[in-house]
Design a protein around this ligand. Structure first.
Ligand code: PEP
Length: 250
């Protein structure tokens, strides 16, 4: 039985003082019925993994380089993240694709590096508002999926997050029918890439303005196996009810 996943992306937020949120979260969910992953900024990975040692809380990173070491000032490699205690890494987030010009090919290379370092790759896909309005959503998702997945993908080492760019940090969310359409489409495409059994086992997350108030409705959508949450993952007060909603889903 596939475990659902509540993943939090802290983005460029948080200092040591914010680690109290993880302690509060752990106290509220000592035995969660879903997987919980928090991806703090790189500076907090080591203290966060120490704090969550021997607990069900997993810690992840927000990006990695595709090389394992070398002359890449400011970058961090997948083996370094694993060494720091990370269990997973978010790749191809739309903010990386936009701010750093990351192509899907780059994302695939990073995902291969993540897999080689035994990290779970949380690969993000999503269309812009212009693309949605031009009825190009499924074409964009198909293209991103085709080029962002390395050959090393398995159900165990990869999570796909559908994150429409226009829903991230805006308070807007697609309709449940729109989310269902894209998630069904991703599942079908995965079938073509890795076969039906593995495709069924891959966790598909929805991301984009998930809040305590809309989490239950989103988690009731077929083929939604959890969420990638930005703003509402920053505090235990907001993230905890999202975890509970996921535990109570279906
Ligand atoms: C994100 O950036 O991955 C995200 C989903 O952000 P938010 O939940 O704040 O929309």
């Amino acid at each position: 039985m596939k475990r659902k996943l509540a993943a939090g992306n802290w983005k460029m937020n948080g200092t040591n003082a914010n680690l109290i949120e993880l302690q509060t979260l752990l106290a509220a969910h000592p035995d969660p019925q879903v997987d919980i992953l928090i991806c703090p900024p790189a500076t907090l990975i080591v203290p966060a993994t120490r704090l969550s040692a021997d607990s069900p809380l997993m810690i992840g990173a927000q990006d990695c380089h595709s090389a394992s070491s070398g002359a890449h000032t400011g970058d961090i490699s997948a083996p370094m993240l694993a060494d720091a205690g990370a269990a997973a890494v978010i790749l191809g987030h739309s903010e990386r694709r936009q701010d750093h010009g990351e192509s899907s090919t780059t994302v695939a290379a990073k995902a291969a590096a993540a897999h080689a370092a035994n990290l779970t790759a949380v690969i993000c896909l999503g269309e812009s508002l212009t693309e949605r309005e031009a009825a190009q959503t499924l074409d964009v998702i198909a293209d991103q999926l085709r080029h962002s997945l390395p050959e090393s993908v398995t159900a165990a080492n990869t999570v796909i997050a559908y994150e429409p760019i226009w829903a991230i940090g805006t308070g807007l969310t697609p309709s449940t029918a729109q989310i269902a359409e894209v998630h069904d489409f991703i599942r079908a495409r995965l079938c073509d890439c890795i076969g039906p059994e593995a495709a069924q086992a891959v966790r598909l997350l929805y991301g984009g303005s998930v809040k305590p108030a809309n989490a239950a409705e989103i988690f009731a959508i077929p083929n939604v196996d959890g969420a990638l949450v930005g703003g509402a993952s920053l505090t235990a007060r907001d993230f905890s009810p999202i975890i509970t909603a996921l535990e109570n889903a279906r």
